[in-house]
Design a protein. Sequence first.
Length: 403
Amino acid sequence: MASAGETRSLAEPTIFDFEIFGASASLAGVSVTPATAARVPAVAAGVRALSEAVGILPLHAFRRTETGRERDNTLPAFRLLNGDANPWTRGAQLRELLTSDAIYYGSGYALILRDSAGAPVELHRIHPTAVSVEIDARTSEPRYRLTEGGGQRYIPYADILHLRAPSSISTDSVTGRSPLLEAKNAVGLLITLQEHACRLFANGGRPSGILSFPQKLGAEVAKRIKASWQAATGGGNTSSTAVIEEGGSFIPLSFTSVDAQFMEIWALAITEVARLLRVPPVLLMDYSRQTWANAETGGQQFLTYSLAPWLARWEAEVTLKLIAPEDRENVFVEHLPDQLLRSDFATRATAYGQYRSMGVMTANEVRSGLNLPPLATGNELSNPYTSTTKPEPTALEETKTDE
């Protein structure tokens, strides 16, 4: 980090200067930024797999009771994150955006607007490049510096919802670091491979060659011949016939060993991206190692090893910033991942049948899981597979029988 009063020149940028602006130089020779990383399909697929999963999962608020817990959908945290975060943004959309920001930039931020009593009433996403975190040297309390409209203002720690990306080299518990920039060489390799493939196929899928001449050419003549050759054979003219001036000849170059193993290198780079994001390669559309056996457990593995750390970070930050300190002992939030674990209908029917026979679920709870309306008599936990005594008829039923 730069010390107070230190100035730097961008004429000779350092690694620090690159990272200030969200860029990081890689050994592949390309600059890795959130924008360049997002243009790599494998990276974009991995980020979307995580952020969209966070967005679609319900985040419920619960209140502890003497017998366990019960949902409390009246709490502001539930309304803001499942209903409307603000008049133009749904809560699910905000959670998806902040998760994506945290992966690309290291942190996702949302400004918390409160009413006169201090209760949160709106959440507004802030672009990560507009926010910096400062720590008070005396109290160690963080605060946020927001740059907007050419000016700056400071926002208290309690009024920013801050989702941090996990980091293996973080120096504090406040700032986040993008996993994509921490593994910039793996991402840079994919960027380089993608650019190389584009240039290769722009040349008709053929390697370049050398124009050879019997006599030495002047600089202007060489420049003119090169431009003429590229115009005649480049782009959409790769199959055209070209005329070589000055008695020259064309010597084609063969593919290098790197070109010949291009797909193997590309597959390795995709695996590296899956590894750094901790998502199964199949979610990056890599089915090379997919089998029927591991496909069945893929959803559970994604939830346990990929998604659960992000859900835990969301739950901790929501509890800290959107639930009043005096309520945290009895109020908490928790994601319900059932939507990701839905299997085929036959498997679900078997599971529901077992839960009903065990007295774990009522008929209405099963119908709710199937998106069916409740029944008036569907709240009993009795086993439907055993004989039971028929309940006494109601007065209305007795009247109908007499008629």
